[in-house]
Design a protein around this ligand. Sequence first.
Ligand SMILES: [Zn+2]
Ligand SMILES: [Zn+2]
Length: 222
Amino acid sequence: MAGREDPFPVFSWLYGLGGLTLVVAPCLSWRNVELLGLSVSLPGLLWHGAWIGLAGFLLAVFRRRCWLLKMSAWLAAALLTAREVRTVLTEGDRPFLQLQLKLSSINEGLGSLGIAPLELYRRTSEGWASLGSGARLALAALAAIALALAAELVLRLARGQTLSLALLGLHACPQCGGRVTSLMHFCPTCRCQLSSGPLCSRCGQPLRRSDRFCSACSEPVL
Ligand SMILES: [Zn+2]
Ligand SMILES: [Zn+2]
């Protein structure tokens, strides 16, 4: 029965792991370029990756809220990641390209003397292969979160929740079918008990096994 605890703890670690990875990912390299013969990794923070970390943090905050909120936060993180990846792929080498262009007159002179031009920078690989570990990690994190979202929705539907209830993070009361949340201990429609643990005999506050007095009304626990 729905209690204070997360009704779907199986997927909690997937959300947590995904959100944490999204925060870490921008700090890692998002692009590998070759500069003067050395492979240089460009940190993700250069590409506004902090926004993706913020989206991951919001996802973690909304972990226990409704599915629709989690879906929206995930969508925002996915769109930001897509934008970052696109920026890295299309504009990532712009500063290096400009550096290279500054050498063009020197290279012209060298060329007239029959000497090979100075190549400051060249791509080590093209397209997706040039993405650094940060971008790959962010995409993997989004995949994990998407998997958890889909699995949670399927499980909610399999447990008899309607799509609208599942999207809003609500459950149906097992007795009257009224709308209840996982934080409620009693159904506000029919008064039936929703949490499975022991309750205070005076005020109905849920008790822990070790409690000697109720934390809400100080009633001794029998
Ligand atoms: Zn009810
Ligand atoms: Zn009490």
